[in-house]
Design a protein around this ligand. Structure first.
Ligand code: ADP
Ligand code: MG
Length: 626
């Protein structure tokens, strides 16, 4: 039989290798940023177009490459970073495998411009799927610019496998943040489709975190510092009260490399023991320095896991360091029952004169308006106004006159609204539940501040108040986002909230939909948002929590389509705005919820598919007495 084994041609081998190194645009971003750091750059700019699918460009002011190196760097196993296998145990660089550029060049159009310091001219080299198209002298500043265009142009299956631009951009931003957070001594910037997303000057760790996540982050950080023989820990943990409902801001860096470690994450969570609410995740930015000999560095280029030789010791050190910091900064509550709490009163407070309470006049109050507002609060009806206008908002000169505070465009007649409050159960619920023979009697009471109980002709109805209200608001919000805008409540003083650049970018994307629900934005700038009007159903103090929740929901679940975005927005707002378990409701409120619920299209389940009410038939009851 003839010989059948042959060596794969280079371009095929490179394409296969590329499959491991480059999964998506963010993998290219990671490799290029790391190369720039290894080249000693102090200023790195990342530019992407269409989430990196059409262009990823990294410019640095690092060492640059000679003419020969510029050609060689695209060969497989071409690296300047290690010479011997032993060097692996002394690694101070990010790269060492010499695979990244070869892999990237195999699956994209690459253009590299580079110049060494002190040279007159640089080199420009163009590569098209491993084939060198040209290499010429060029004029370029000291350093390197790598442009990667049309990723996966020659592997359509991989290209089709990429997610929506929103999802891929999110991955790029994640990668960018990880690199930027671990190198505050380098200035970074990120532009997407020509828009500046991050501009991070040279700074220290704390400032870098604040520049990435927004000014409001600063007050949330508690420093952590501990040095032992095997490990040095520096960095910050977020105060427990700011713990998020998503895991977004949790970062471990080992020797300036971002890593994931469920085990060390557990150590951090353990340090927060008893300080966090259920399902809350603390933020942390922890920089660990460990002797490279003690970690298994021969990790896969794209993997972020790392092996330590003494994990248990790391766990214990980390946990106690964080516990100590939380305690020292008085974050952990001190429970000492022996102590006389009188002694805790600060002197200044003791000597303070007694102040008579000040009566605050609710400028928004209008006796004729209250019923209307109430009805809308519980039975939904964000969309009282029948016109298709944007949420109502009137100019400043009207401030102070109550009419302007609850303006509605178009007709201000609310018959539809009032009919919801009146308890017309026969008419409303009777029809809806014909098949199930459910008709409420009109008598309701509240159980455990959680359920609304009503008797049916045929038994008993138990409604979860929070879930029911979520359903009502969800359907109403969907309607106001897609059909008729909701009423807006004008604020006497505009509300100014701080956000990170990324968050404001997300708010800009959601602005139109949010305005339909009643928000009025005076301006949305890079780190600050000014709000002039809010939905009628919420109070000013809830706005910040609500928007934070909304942003974290969007961070966790990036919607792929416009419809999913609207849906997620409505779900998130409904959840935040709905009355909570534990709220006492009077009879009118209870009835409004019952009516509102059964006027819904899908009263049985919440937007997240959880049961809203249960019924108990007289038959079932009877059986229980047998
Ligand atoms: P590795 O980083 O593992 O060495 P790469 O394929 O990423 O492998 O890069 C190959 C080589 O090209 C590097 O070792 C380095 O010498 C050179 N190189 C890559 N990017 C740059 C850059 N931005 N500036 C200077 N040299 C670079
Ligand atoms: Mg590299």
């Amino acid at each position: 039989m003839a010989d059948i084994i042959q060596l794969l041609p280079d371009h095929v081998a490179n394409q296969i290798a590329a499959g491991e190194v480059v999964q998506r645009p963010s993998s290219v971003v990671k490799e290029l940023l790391e190369n720039a750091i290894d080249a000693g750059a102090s200023n790195i700019q990342l530019l992407i177009k269409e989430a990196g699918k059409t262009l990823i460009q990294v410019s640095d002011d690092g060492n640059g490459m000679s003419e020969t190196d510029a050609r060689l760097c695209f060969e497989r196993h071409a690296t300047s970073k290690i010479k011997l296998a032993e060097d692996l145990f002394q690694l101070k660089t990010k790269g060492f495998r010499g695979e990244a550029l070869a892999s990237i060049a195999a699956i994209a159009h690459v253009d590299l411009k580079t110049k060494l310091a002190g040279e007159e001219v640089g080199t420009e080299i163009k590569i098209n799927g491993t084939r060198v198209e040209s290499q010429e002298p060029c004029v370029t500043p000291k350093g390197t610019v790598v442009s990667v265009k049309n990723l996966f142009f020659n592997i359509p299956a991989r290209r089709n496998f990429l997610k929506s631009n929103a999802v891929e951009t999110r991955h790029v931003i994640d990668e960018f943040q990880r690199v930027a957070l671990s190198h505050p001594q380098i200035a970074f910037s990120l532009y997407h489709n020509g828009n500046e997303m991050f501009q991070l000057p040279i700074s220290n760790h704390r400032q870098r975190i604040v520049n990435v996540f927004g000014a409001k982050t600063n007050e949330k950080l508690v420093p952590v510092e501990e040095t032992t023989e095997i490990l040095k820990v520096e960095g910050f943990v977020g105060k427990p009260e700011f713990a998020k409902r998503s895991k977004g801001e949790q970062f471990f860096f080992v020797n300036d490399r971002f890593i994931k470690s469920p085990y060390l994450n557990h150590a951090v969570t353990a340090a927060f023991d008893g300080l966090l609410k259920e399902k809350a995740y603390p933020s942390y930015f922890l920089y660990l320095s460990i002797d490279p000999q003690r970690i298994d560095i021969n990790i896969h280029p794209t993997k972020t896991e790392i092996k330590f030789d003494d994990e248990h010791a790391l766990y214990a050190i980390l946990r106690s360091a964080i516990k100590h910091s939380l305690g020292q900064f008085n974050v952990a509550p001190i429970l000492d029952f022996e102590r006389n709490s009188d002694l805790d009163t600060p002197y200044s407070y003791k000597e303070r004169q007694v102040k008579s309470p000040v009566i605050e006049v609710d400028q928004n109050f209008n006796p004729f308006e209250s019923e209307k507002k109430f009805a809308s609060k519980y039975s939904g009806n964000l969309s009282l106004n029948k016109s298709n206008h944007k949420p109502a908002y009137t100019s400043k000169k009207n401030v102070g006159s109550w009419e302007s505070l609850y303006t509605e465009l178009g007709s201000s007649k609310n018959e539809a609204n009032f009919s919801n409050v009146e308890f017309e159960s026969e008419e409303v619920t009777g029809n809806l539940f014909e098949d199930e023979k459910i008709t409420t009697s009109g008598n309701t009471f509240q159980l455990q501040k959680k359920y609304i109980v009503s008797s049916l002709k045929t038994g008993l109805l138990v409604i979860d108040q929070h879930r029911a209200h979520t359903r009502i608001l969800y359907e109403d919000l969907l309607k106001s986002i897609t059909v008729t805008a909701a009423i807006s409540q004008q604020l006497l003083f505009p509300l100014i909230l701080q956000f990170s650049k990324q968050e404001t970018a997300m708010l800009i994307e959601l602005k139109e939909a949010l305005e339909q629900t009643g928000f009025v934005f005076a301006r949305i700038e890079s780190h600050e948002v000014e709000i002039k009007g809010i939905p009628n159903l919420i109070s000013e103090s809830e706005v910040s929590i609500m928007l934070d929740q909304l942003l974290s929901d969007f961070e966790n679940e990036i919607p792929e389509s416009g419809f999913k975005q609207t849906d997620l927005l409505a779900k998130s707002l409904a959840k935040s705005m709905a009355i909570k378990t534990g709220s006492v409701l009077d009879t009118v409120e209870q009835i409004a919820i019952v009516n509102g619920l059964f006027a819904c299209k899908e009263p049985n389940v919440t937007p997240l598919n959880r049961k809203v009410f249960v019924t108990l038939s007289a038959n079932e009851l009877e059986k229980k007495f047998m």
